[in-house]
Each structure stands twice: as structure tokens, then as C-alpha cells.
Write a protein that binds this ligand. Structure first.
Ligand SMILES: *[C@@H]1O[C@H](CO)[C@@H](O)[C@H](O)[C@H]1NC(C)=O
Ligand SMILES: *[C@@H]1O[C@H](CO)[C@@H](O)[C@H](O)[C@H]1NC(C)=O
Ligand SMILES: *[C@@H]1O[C@H](CO)[C@@H](O)[C@H](O)[C@H]1NC(C)=O
Ligand SMILES: *[C@@H]1O[C@H](CO)[C@@H](O)[C@H](O)[C@H]1NC(C)=O
Ligand SMILES: *[C@@H]1O[C@H](CO)[C@@H](O)[C@H](O)[C@H]1NC(C)=O
Ligand SMILES: *[C@@H]1O[C@H](CO)[C@@H](O)[C@H](O)[C@H]1NC(C)=O
Ligand SMILES: *[C@@H]1O[C@H](CO)[C@@H](O)[C@H](O)[C@H]1NC(C)=O
Ligand SMILES: [Fe+2]
Length: 473
């Protein structure tokens, strides 16, 4: 029994050669990044049932529900307060006052309603509170005349280069048990987020028969525990389109625009899908993956002018949000962001965008600083290259919606991809000053304080040193 020695050793040496080749190949192709070895239990995400505690109606006649706030102007001195009443229209007045002050103010707003197939919404209220003081805690009361409810928020510091500020990052949230876990982890993170940058795909109501808009209402009640107290900055995703000609619904974004207003006019945008805000040390540009972005379109013209307005002495951190990622090495939505990348990436590099956050792919990925702008159709220069003026691209579409995780990755991992993992979670961007921002991604399986991927980002204008995690040799 057994192989003669010579045959065995020759078998062994050819095996070794083969192994050597595999290792060399891996070294050439995968030197860029890490595919996390963490394996998440692969159960399908399940939506929370209608009777779940997070969807409970607030008690009392005509009580305001689905309360949410977002920034209401360009500089952070205004807040849009939104809520829904169901039994009757009720008052649209917000009563508000700052901490330690007995002086109460009123803001009046608008009420809207919409129908979607055979669904009729409640009364949707939007009221903008203006001329707030920076760095101040305000209480606000709504539902006046019937059941009132009181909430609070804290305004950001005055826009400026060295004011610390902490953003949370959440995408593709939905309303599954995993979504609830993501939100709980965000709330329980010892580094407290002050504002959420939400990268699109909110309720996933469109996954239900006739886009059952009752799921927009349940989603509003689910997230109220966070978004009634701190602004979430909205990006439109594909699940906000709600285009359903088969049931006569041909006006895109109808539920989203009725429910989630954004301050687009303050940045001279002409549509609520692309706009910008300043908040503390950050200039945040929100782009629309599902609105026209080609040359001569309103979004293109707006963005071209927008970059001229960013003053990095005032807002050192330039951050872009969009739904569909430009750099994504999962076999889901592969290359869907490519045409927008081709249009806008040269501007991003020229203007030294620090960070780009996207969602859409239900997993996590962080790129190195790379660009791919040399291609001119005939020169063949079509691979991403290391570029210290380029942003880091982060896909954070791992909020936990019912569609489940994107687990299938392109192999080998491309060089530009620094870290990727198919787990649900959220991230925190903790801006310290004009040069440094601490960043951490958290997966839901870990304790609240654990960072599964973390690093320091260096500002591209004030401290443009190499901040890559795997590029250092
Ligand atoms: C959602 O999370 C909250 C906070 O952890 C918890 O109190 C609640 O019971 C959870 N609800 C469901 C349906 O899992
Ligand atoms: C308001 O009162 C609280 C507690 O009484 C205090 O910590 C805070 O500094 C006060 N704020 C202002 C603006 O006076
Ligand atoms: C809407 O129509 C669907 C099916 O056509 C039905 O199941 C549902 O009960 C209807 N909803 C309302 C509010 O009428
Ligand atoms: C918007 O346009 C108006 C009028 O041209 C201008 O006064 C204002 O400064 C612009 N705002 C922003 C944020 O660009
Ligand atoms: C840019 O911002 C700085 C700091 O606020 C200010 O001093 C400067 O005048 C601004 N530059 C322009 C061109 O507006
Ligand atoms: C992963 O995606 C690739 C490309 O779409 C496909 O060929 C392959 O079958 C997928 N693998 C699994 C396990 O689904
Ligand atoms: C900026 O923050 C970083 C990290 O906290 C710190 O090391 C650095 O000294 C700060 N820079 C200034 C000028 O304070
Ligand atoms: Fe999406």
C-alpha cells in the first residue's frame, strides 16, 4: 500500500508548485484589502409584525405619531418638524422653547395628505422652526388642542472649522428585527451620534402588495424614538421611487416627498432629491442616484455650481451622500453606480471630497483613496489607481431590511477595496477638528462599544497625509 517514494515526492512537489502559484496570485490580486472572516448566521431578515411594540400607536385622541425632524435651512439654525395625525387634522402649530427659558414661541406649518392606490394617508404636518440659537437644547410640543406630546433636540454648533461633531451613518434600514437591532446599536453606542446621515431606502413598503403604504406609517413609528430627538438627513433610494403604473401610480417618489421634506431650496436646488447642508464642521452634499444627472440636467448644473460654494476654511469636511455606490465589489447592484461615477468622479477628485457614503448593497465595504478618471475611450486607462486627492468610498447599506444580506462578493477582492463584510450594522463618524475624524463601523452581533472596522480619516485639505489602512508597506 502507499505510493512509491518517487511518485509521492513528485506528486508533493507539483502540489507545492500549484500552491505557490495560488499564493502568488492571491498576493498580486488581493494585496489591497481584507475580506472579513467574520461569518454571520445567515438567517433571512424578518419584518416585525404589525403588533410589534415598536409600531404601537401613541395613546390619546388624535395623538401626533411618526414624529421626525430634519435640518430646515442651509446652516443648521432651522429644523423641520413633521408628524401625522389620523382622527382629524388637528393643529399645525409647534410650540417650542429653549432650555432654561420661560419664553415660548410658535411655528405654524402646512398639512398635506395623499392617496396611493387604495390607501389614504393621515394628515401629514410639516412645520419649520427658524432662527434657532446654535448649541442649544430646545423642547417642542405638538398636538395642541388634542393630545399633546413633547420632544426635544439640540441644535448644532455654529458652522466652523474646529467644532467637533458626531454623525451616525445608517442605510437601507427597513423594519425587520435586524433593523431594530441596528437602531438599538446606534442608540447604545458609547460614542453618541448627534445627527444621522441616512443613505436611502427607508421603509421598504414597496415590497408589500400594492406598495402597502401602511408600512410607511409603521416605519415612521418605529424610528420616532431616534428621529424625533435628532435630525436624520435624507437621501432618496430606489425604494423611495414607488413607481407602480400597474396600479395607476405613475408619479415617482410620492410617499417619500409627502412624508420626508428636506431643505433643498436653501441650497438653491430645484428638487428635493439633491441638496446640501452645512452642519458644524461639515459640508454635506446629497445626490440623487434616481434623478437625471447627465450633462445639462438640473442636478448636473446644480452640482457644478455647488462645488464652487464650498469653503474648506469654514467647513473643512466635504462629505457626499448617495444611494447607489460607485465602488462596490459585491455581486449585487454591481456597476449600477457606474454611469454617475463617470459623470461626476473628476469633480470629486478636483474638489478633494473627503468621504462618500452610499447604501443600496446590503453589506459593508470601505475603499482605499482611489480614482478612476484617466480613461478617455481609447487609452485603455480604466483601472482605479491610488489617489491622495480622492475620497474614501463607504457602502453602509447594512441597516437590516427584510431583503437580507448581500453575501456574494466578487473574487478576488479588488485592490481598491480595503475592507468588506456582509453583516448588518451602522457607523459613526466622529469629527474632532479640521484635520482628524475618528471612524468606526459596528456590526450588530458585537457589544455596543466594539468597532469591527475603524480608523482615523485625515482631512484632504488640511492634513492630506496617507490615511489608508492596508496601503502602507
Ligand atoms: C426593538 O428594540 C427595542 C430596544 O432595544 C426593544 O425594547 C424592543 O422590544 C424591540 N422590539 C422588537 C419587536 O424586537
Ligand atoms: C440650563 O440649565 C442646565 C441645568 O440646569 C445647565 O446645565 C445649562 O448650562 C443651562 N444652559 C444655559 C444655556 O444656561
Ligand atoms: C386594498 O386592496 C387590497 C387588494 O386589492 C386589499 O387587500 C386591501 O384590503 C385594500 N385596502 C384598503 C385600505 O382598501
Ligand atoms: C441661492 O441663490 C440666491 C440668489 O441667487 C443667493 O442669494 C443665495 O446666496 C444662494 N444660496 C446658496 C446657499 O447658494
Ligand atoms: C471662507 O471662510 C473663511 C472662514 O470663515 C472666511 O474668512 C473667508 O472669507 C471665506 N472665503 C470666502 C471666499 O468666502
Ligand atoms: C455569486 O454571484 C455570481 C455572479 O453573479 C454567480 O455566478 C454565482 O453563482 C453566485 N454565487 C452564489 C453562491 O450565489
Ligand atoms: C485634532 O484632533 C486630533 C485627534 O484628536 C489631535 O491629535 C490633534 O492634536 C488635533 N489638532 C489640533 C490642532 O488640536
Ligand atoms: Fe437600494
Amino acid at each position: 500500500m502507499g505510493l512509491p517514494m518517487t511518485r509521492f515526492s513528485s506528486f508533493f512537489s507539483s502540489f507545492a508548485v500549484l500552491l505557490g502559484l495560488v499564493i502568488t496570485n492571491a498576493a498580486i490580486l488581493c494585496s489591497g484589502g481584507i475580506t472579513s472572516s467574520f461569518v454571520r448566521l445567515d438567517e433571512k431578515a424578518k419584518d416585525m409584525p404589525f403588533e410589534a411594540d415598536v409600531f404601537r400607536l401613541p395613546p390619546g385622541y388624535n395623538a401626533p405619531q411618526q414624529v421626525h425632524i430634519t435640518q430646515g435651512d442651509h446652516e443648521g439654525k432651522a429644523v423641520i418638524v413633521s408628524w401625522v395625525t389620523v382622527a382629524e387634522r388637528g393643529s399645525n402649530t409647534v410650540l417650542y422653547w429653549s432650555e432654561n427659558s420661560s419664553q415660548k414661541y410658535k411655528a405654524k406649518g402646512k398639512v398635506t395628505k395623499y392617496k396611493f392606490y387604495n390607501y389614504t394617508s393621515g394628515y401629514i404636518h410639516h412645520s419649520t422652526i427658524k432662527h434657532l440659537k446654535y448649541n442649544t437644547k430646545y423642547y417642542y410640543k405638538i398636538g395642541i388642542g388634542h393630545t399633546t406630546r413633547t420632544f426635544w433636540f439640540v441644535t448644532p454648533p455654529e458652522v466652523g472649522p474646529d467644532v467637533p461633531y458626531t454623525f451616525g451613518l445608517i442605510g437601507d434600514l427597513g423594519q425587520s428585527f435586524d433593523s431594530n437591532s441596528t437602531l438599538t446599536h446606534y442608540e447604545s453606542n458609547p460614542t453618541k451620534g448627534q445627527t444621522v446621515l441616512f443613505v436611502g431606502d427607508l421603509s421598504y413598503a414597496d415590497n408589500y402588495p400594492n406598495h402597502d403604504n401602511v408600512r410607511w406609517d409603521t416605519w415612521g413609528r418605529f424610528i420616532e424614538r431616534s428621529v424625533a430627538y435628532q435630525p436624520w438627513i435624507w437621501t432618496a433610494g430606489n425604494h423611495e421611487i414607488d413607481f407602480a403604473p400597474e396600479i395607476g401610480e405613475t408619479k415617482p417618489f410620492k410617499p417619500f416627498t409627502h412624508r420626508y421634506p428636506v431643505p433643498y431650496k436653501a441650497s438653491n436646488s430645484t428638487a428635493p432629491f439633491w441638496y446640501s447642508i452645512k452642519r458644524g464642521p461639515a459640508y454635506i452634499i446629497v445626490l440623487a442616484s434616481y434623478s437625471a444627472y447627465g450633462k445639462y440636467t438640473p442636478q448636473y448644473k446644480w452640482l457644478e455650481e455647488e462645488f464652487q460654494k464650498v469653503n474648506r476654511s469654514e467647513t473643512p469636511w466635504l462629505i457626499v451622500l448617495m444611494h447607489s455606490p460607485w465602488y462596490n465589489s459585491y455581486n449585487y447592484h454591481y456597476m449600477e453606480g457606474e454611469s454617475m461615477r463617470v459623470m461626476y468622479e473628476p469633480w470629486f477628485v478636483k474638489n478633494k471630497v473627503d468621504l462618500v457614503f452610499a447604501g443600496h448593497v446590503h453589506a459593508y465595504e470601505r475603499s482605499e483613496r482611489i480614482s478612476n478618471v484617466a480613461y478617455n475611450v481609447v487609452n485603455g486607462l480604466c483601472s482605479p489607481v491610488s489617489d491622495s486627492s480622492a475620497p474614501v468610498y463607504i457602502t453602509i447599506g447594512d441597516g437590516g431590511n427584510l431583503e437580507g444580506l448581500a453575501t456574494n462578493m466578487t473574487e478576488p477582492q479588488p485592490k481598491y477595496s480595503a475592507f468588506r463584510e456582509a453583516s448588518f450594522g451602522h457607523a459613526i463618524l466622529d469629527i474632532k477638528n479640521r484635520t482628524h475624524a475618528r471612524y468606526g463601523w459596528h456590526r450588530n452581533q458585537d457589544g455596543y462599544a466594539v468597532e469591527a472596522d475603524s480608523m482615523w480619516f485625515y482631512n484632504r485639505v488640511w492634513h492630506p497625509l496617507d490615511d489608508s489602512t492596508s496601503g502602507k508597506s
